[in-house]
Design a protein around this ligand. Structure first.
Ligand code: SAH
Length: 364
């Protein structure tokens, strides 16, 4: 089975777009900046010769200000390192990857021209788009030097197949929940293992030996996948939908039949898959705590914080929910969600956990 075609971030730069509502993901990028820079520097210092051409890929690039921010950070480190070593900078081939439904036009028409204009070394960097799933090969063998991916690998390649059968096993929920039966937890974990090892295997074939990956994605600190830090944003979204079902606005069966292709793994699950797959060594791993609303202003009323969280989630999941429930309930749904999130935040300080993971392609 494939990724539901409806999974794409909200397009363009309108009010509900990902471009305008991705401050939380931006914060994750900025908190990972030092570790990203170190990974690039280490890659350059480990290779005895800086190649004439370096290939860099951003997987799950989406469209919005975050996309080229990360690329600029990587380029700046490469230029600075080469300057310090008195070497000419390599030419850079940059591949921006996402699913075919991503708004690539927005990047290429609205953002790339100014990116090229601001380049320190003009004419030395060539950006292209690669549409396809990162759960499979995207590039020729041994051509990539550096892979980056932020806020993307918590998306699975599909909803676990056993949850798609006719028998409803995860009633009234969209993801793992305290009330989900054990088989739901198991199905998600197995799907993650399969997907993450496919991801590692595909990249191991594409990266040169000594090549590096810097990945960030949602996870959890404890082994229990029903812990609030790993799933409560989905719990509240399911609650918002259930209030609408109780009022007859949508059918409850529609909620029962929807599960999201998402998983927040534990550090143990991650390490196990990396070890089992065997092509990468962990250079560094860190767990960040991220406020649900990006933490920009804690003096705000809880309802405003709830609205910001709802806008962030809307930009990410609206396409999926819209194709399942219809466009007409979206405004109402996210108003209810904002209210529930605001109430929840007034009594709880749950945060997202985001892993930063720096990996090296080993020489075996
Ligand atoms: N990296 C950006 C965007 C993160 S949003 C940032 O940090 O802001 C997550 C992106 O991952 C979405 O654009 C989504 O379409 C993409 N994505 C999810 N599954 C994918 C897959 N299997 N292959 C490629 N891209 C995927």
């Amino acid at each position: 089975m494939e990724i539901p075609p409806a999974l794409h971030m909200n397009k363009g730069d309108g009010e509900n777009s990902y471009a305008k509502n991705s401050q939380v993901q931006r914060m994750i990028i900025s908190k990972g900046k030092t570790m990203l820079e170190e990974a690039v520097e280490q890659m350059l210092s480990c290779s005895s010769m800086i190649p004439e051409v370096m290939e860099i890929a951003d997987l799950g690039c989406s469209s919005g200000p975050n996309t080229l921010t990360v690329i600029s950070e990587i380029i700046n480190v490469i230029h600075a390192t080469c300057r310090n070593r008195g070497r000419p900078s390599p030419e850079l081939r940059i591949s921006l990857n996402d699913l075919p439904t991503n708004d690539f036009n927005y990047i290429f028409a609205s953002q790339l021209p100014s990116f090229y204009k601001e380049l320190e070394v003009k004419g030395s960097c060539f950006v292209s788009g690669i549409a396809g799933s990162f759960y499979g090969r995207l590039f020729p063998r041994k051509c990539l030097h550096f892979v980056h991916s932020s806020s993307s690998l918590h998306w699975l390649s599909q909803v676990p197949a056993s949850l798609e059968s006719n028998e409803v096993v995860n009633k009234g929920k969209l993801y793992i929940s305290k009330s989900s039966p054990e088989c739901v937890l198991e199905a998600y974990s197995v799907q993650f293992q399969k997907d993450f090892s496919t991801f590692l295997k595909s990249r191991s074939e594409e990266l040169v030996h000594g090549g590096r990956m810097f990945l960030s994605f949602m996870g959890r600190r404890c082994s229990d996948p029903t812990t609030e830090e790993s799933c409560y944003q989905w719990e509240l979204l399911a609650q918002a939908l259930m209030t609408m079902a109780r009022e007859g606005i949508i059918e409850k069966e529609k909620i029962d039949s929807l599960n999201v292709p998402y998983y927040a793994p534990s550090i143990k699950e991650l390490k196990l898959e990396i070890e089992k797959e065997g092509s990468f060594v962990i250079n560094e791993v860190e767990a960040l705590e991220i406020d649900w609303d990006g933490g920009s202003n804690h003096n705000e009323e809880f309802i405003q914080r709830g609205e910001r969280v709802a806008n962030t989630i809307r930009a990410v999941v609206e396409s999926m929910l819209e194709s399942h429930f219809g466009e007409h309930i979206m405004d109402e749904l996210f108003e209810r969600y904002a209210q529930l999130v605001g109430d929840y935040l007034s009594n709880n300080s749950t945060k997202y956990i985001n892993f930063l993971l720096s990996l090296v392609r080993n020489h075996i």
